[in-house]
Design a protein around this ligand. Structure first.
Ligand code: NAP
Length: 245
């Protein structure tokens, strides 16, 4: 059944930046669908938000599974008839961010990281695009990373020069290419597609060494999800600042 209230799907929403993004969007009056690999995790996360007054739903969505992506499409179509916001948040890293072992990176590691961070994002976004086109202000937010910046990696003096984890970094560079290409294809529509860098955030991936707390780490995703009609598309953003590709 179609409805006018904004509806968002957030992947990897059971913990970390994804859960916090769902929480903050819910606080802004958005109906949130929380995707998680395990249905029980999705339902538990949605229940926490529901108890705080948010319209929240939990669905099983392992982004690497085509059947889960199709089920997500059907769930959103049947419940809402449209999708206003897609936050492609789920992501993985394999290996050590601070030891450059590019020459030894295995094909298995590359395939596994790309499966989650790149191919699944492309697949899910393509599948949901017909529902996003039914929104009057569709927003697609791709959780990239400053570590996906080729321009910064090419500069030995840049602050990220010492963080050359090839599988993760290149998967985010590929994701950035998807952002640029899809934003261009959709340039004459109301849909905005952006890559965001949340910052280095204290999550399981970011570790306790990270300087940013999770509520601040979700701010860039939330801002990109709620961009107004004059907001950017095809950009790479961190807390309102442009990052170099
Ligand atoms: N934290 C940082 O400093 C940082 C910096 C730059 C970019 N990022 C990006 O921000 C995003 C969120 O990161 P985070 O720090 O919140 O990570 P996190 O705490 O490790 O959480 C990752 C989330 O992704 C989910 N996930 C992993 N594989 C999945 C799959 N196949 N299908 C569905 N969900 C899956 C995890 O679910 P399970 O609980 O089932 O494992 C979890 O909910 C990622 O894309 C990451 O690359 C993070």
């Amino acid at each position: 059944m179609a409805q006018s209230k904004k509806v968002a799907l957030i992947t990897g929403a059971n913990r970390g930046i994804g859960f916090e993004t769902a929480k903050q969007l819910g606080e802004q009056g958005v109906t949130v669908v929380l995707g998680s690999r395990k249905l029980s995790d999705a339902e538990a996360a949605a229940a926490k938000l529901k108890s705080a007054g948010t319209h929240a739903y939990g669905i099983q969505l392992d982004v690497t599974k085509a059947a889960d992506r199709t089920a997500a499409y059907k769930f959103i179509e049947e419940h809402f008839g449209k999708l206003d916001i897609l936050v492609n948040n789920a992501g993985i890293a394999a290996g050590d961010f601070f030891t450059n072992t590019t020459s030894k990176t295995t094909e298995d590691e590359l395939k596994s990281v790309y499966e989650t961070n790149f191919f699944s994002v492309v697949g899910l976004t393509q599948q949901l695009l017909p529902l996003i086109k039914k929104s009057d202000a569709g927003r697609i937010v791709n959780l990239s990373s400053i570590l996906g910046s080729l321009a910064l990696h090419a500069d030995p003096k840049s602050p990220i020069a010492g963080s050359k984890l090839f599988s993760y970094n290149s998967s985010k560079a590929a994701l950035n290419a998807f952002t640029i290409h899809l934003a261009d294809e959709l340039r004459n529509t109301p849909i905005k597609v952006n890559s965001v860098h949340p910052g280095w955030v204290k999550t399981e991936m970011g570790t306790d060494a990270a300087p940013m707390e999770i509520p601040d780490g979700a701010k860039t995703s939330v801002a990109a999800a709620l961009l107004g009609p004059d907001g950017p598309s095809g950009h790479f953003i961190h807390l309102g600042q442009e990052l170099p590709w």
